[in-house]
Ligand binder design. Structure first.
Ligand code: CMC
Length: 426
């Protein structure tokens, strides 16, 4: 017999079906709650509400588990490049050699950005935030590629176009912000090597592609590729639920990611570590400030809405710091500060009681700095990694027979009905 849950309101019993996920997670299906009882649920941030059924990513926040399509993040980070993971998220399984070859060719074929788009880039003020530029430009892409995605083939072309072009556009926005000439993608470079080359190649100093840097970037993007119904992904789904086009939905997702509580945290962490360094390196003071309820300061890169233990991505990222710093042949004083800060916070009762552990952003900025990525591009790097996840969720939503227009309810707490008093009598 199908499992149900009984809810008693004012002595009246109501039965609701229970949905069980493939990992045993249970959800009360309350779709008929308002119709049957007149009640709604109250759940700001939706931390207790399932907005969809999804087969893309599984997280266990208590155990620190993250899997894409069933594969543990540790396994993927160790053994797969970003393009394989893009394929996995979009298609449900890892590509074989010929499938990999086919998408690599597509990514190469769609890597150029329409020359007319350069005019837009050129006209943003030099001081513009690259996240704002990226969000606008992804939306603008729709005007250049208005084709409808009515076939599987057209859908795949759009996805590959996005994954390839958004990377090119991100590098372009960096070059233009520096007043440097744009570097075009090259057919002989891999996805990640191409990005680094487009960012850093110069006529006076040709960029030397280091395999270790390419590996690090692959791993960085694999770690960011999806994270189930987070703020930006829910935004993409929300905009998609109105049947807005995919470019508009992704543009909105980028805007959501920009926020410092979400993707913007990687930049905020480095800025926080810099501040601590400039102020003499007193990590204990930072921890005390983070605990002070009268101070809005939070320890950036700590805490997570779902993980109540060490973020599994942060563990991998931390190991990566040492590797890339060794190859870059440099020492980053921020790494020492980050490690001291982590140690003090993890041994602090407030942080223990609140289950606050480092998240992915705590160490990612140090990896990016070692790769030479400027701080204003950090959140763009997150966005490039999250792109296949957003696209996979948009696709899943479109294919979902149970999809509905996002339209949460509210508990109204404003004025009750009143009459307008003429302006001169107020
Ligand atoms: N420093 C100090 N206190 C914190 C922190 C922090 N980083 N994070 C949470 N808390 C406290 C918070 O003050 C509250 O305390 P109390 O219950 O005593 O009032 C309690 O922990 C719960 O906080 P919350 O904001 O209700 O918890 P949440 O799970 O909704 O917040 C979070 C998640 C990520 C917004 C939060 O931990 C935070 O602001 N962290 C810093 C920003 C950050 O690193 N964001 C990146 C997240 S990972 C990347 C991504 O997926 O976007």
């Amino acid at each position: 017999m199908a499992e149900t849950v009984t809810i008693i309101i004012d002595g009246e019993k109501y039965e609701f079906p229970v949905i069980t996920g493939s990992e045993g997670e249970k959800a009360i299906d309350i779709r008929q709650l308002r119709a049957k009882t007149g009640y709604i649920t109250y759940d700001p941030g939706f931390g207790n509400s399932g907005s969809c059924k999804s087969a893309i990513t599984y997280m266990d926040g208590k155990k620190g588990v993250l899997r894409y399509r069933g594969y543990p993040i540790e396994d993927l980070a160790e053994n797969c490049c970003f393009v394989e993971v893009c394929y996995l998220l979009l298609n449900g399984d890892l590509p074989n050699r010929s499938e990999y070859q086919r998408v690599s060719v597509m990514l190469n074929d769609h890597s150029l950005v329409h020359e007319d788009m350069q005019i837009f880039f050129q006209n943003f003020p030099r001081s513009s935030n690259p996240m704002g530029i990226l969000s606008s430009m992804v939306n603008a892409l729709r005007s250049f590629y208005p084709e409808l995605m009515t076939t599987e083939e057209a859908m795949e072309i759009t996805f590959m176009r996005l994954i390839s072009k958004v990377r090119t556009m991100a590098a372009m926005s960096h070059r233009i912000s520096r007043g440097h000439k744009i570097v075009y993608p090259r057919p002989d470079y891999s996805y990640c090597a191409n990005f680094l080359n487009m960012m850093f190649d110069s006529p006076v100093r040709p960029y030397e592609i280091k395999k270790e840097f390419v590996d690090a970037l692959n791993m960085f993007w694999v770690l960011h590729a999806d994270h189930e119904q987070n703020c930006s992904t829910s935004t993409v789904r929300g905009v998609g639920s109105a049947r807005a086009n995919i470019y508009a939905a992704l543009s909105a997702g980028i805007a959501a990611l920009w926020g410092p509580l979400h993707g913007g945290a990687n930049r905020a962490v480095v800025e926080m570590l810099e501040d601590i360094r400039k102020n003499g390196g007193d990590v204990k003071k930072a921890v005390e400030r983070a605990k002070d309820k009268n101070d809005p300061f939070r320890l950036m890169g700590f805490g997570h809405s779902v993980y109540k233990t060490y973020d599994p991505r942060a563990k991998i990222m931390k190991k990566m710091c040492d590797k890339v710093l060794a190859v870059a042949n440099t020492q980053d004083p921020l790494l020492d500060i980050a490690m001291q800060l982590e140690e003090v916070a993890l041994n602090d009762d407030y942080f223990k009681d609140h289950n606050l552990y480092p998240n992915i952003d705590f160490y990612s900025g140090i990896v990016l700095r070692a790769l030479g990525i400027p701080v204003e591009m950090f959140t763009v790097m997150f966005a490039l990694g999250r792109l296949p996840g957003w696209i996979a969720h948009w696709r899943e939503l479109m294919d979902d027979p149970e999809k509905k227009l996002f339209r949460p309810r509210q508990v109204y707490v404003g004025e009750t009905e009143r009459r307008v008093i003429p302006i001169d009598e107020r």
